[in-house]
Design a protein around this ligand. Structure first.
Ligand SMILES: [Zn+2]
Length: 177
């Protein structure tokens, strides 16, 4: 297995309703076709793709170096979210992606971190003058990650944590009845 130390998040830049009703496998096959036929790559560039309903599909085998960020493919895993068409790098996750995608991305990152000891979580827009994936990945990741289990709240500064938990609750509560 190649050494992996970073996860880089992308989007497919397709519209929210692109190929709605088709299977995730069909959508992945189409992205793969674009990468092979239009860009001349040997395989799809991403290692994982996350559909609008949260379905996680495998792209290029993670044992192989991907093709997703120029100069940062070695030692990284590329995950792409379906959607993000017309997004700006200053947008928020929920401006373009679903709650199901958020949960799936969070779970996938947690699994990969456990498996490979990955510390760094980045977005394509940190390495290129692009909006991809259409939000600030480190900020998003900090907001959705609960504090460590052994964390003891500092009683002298309760408002900070109260605000933080309220913000996290707001993110997870979004869209729920
Ligand atoms: Zn990208």
């Amino acid at each position: 297995m190649r050494p992996i130390n970073e996860i880089i998040v992308h989007c497919t830049a397709t519209r929210a309703d692109w190929w709605a009703g088709k299977r995730t496998s069909e959508k992945v096959a189409e992205i793969k076709r674009w990468h092979i036929e239009d860009r001349g790559w040997k395989d799809i560039g991403y290692h994982y793709l996350i559909d609008r309903d949260g379905t996680v599909a495998k792209g290029r085998p993670i044992e192989q170096v991907g093709a997703h960020v120029s100069g940062h493919n070695t030692g990284t895993i590329g995950i792409s979210l379906f959607g993000g068409h017309g997004s700006a790098e200053t947008d928020m996750f929920h401006d373009h992606f679903t709650n199901a995608q958020e949960a799936a991305l969070h779970n996938l990152i947690a699994d990969l971190r456990k498996r490979f000891g990955i510390i760094k979580i980045s977005g394509h827009n940190q390495y290129a003058a692009k909006s991809c994936p259409g939000f600030n990945v480190p900020d998003w990741f900090r907001a959705v990650s609960p504090p460590p289990a052994d964390y003891v709240p500092v009683t002298s500064a309760p408002s900070f944590w109260a605000d933080l938990f309220a913000a996290i609750a707001a993110i997870f509560g979004k869209g729920k009845p």
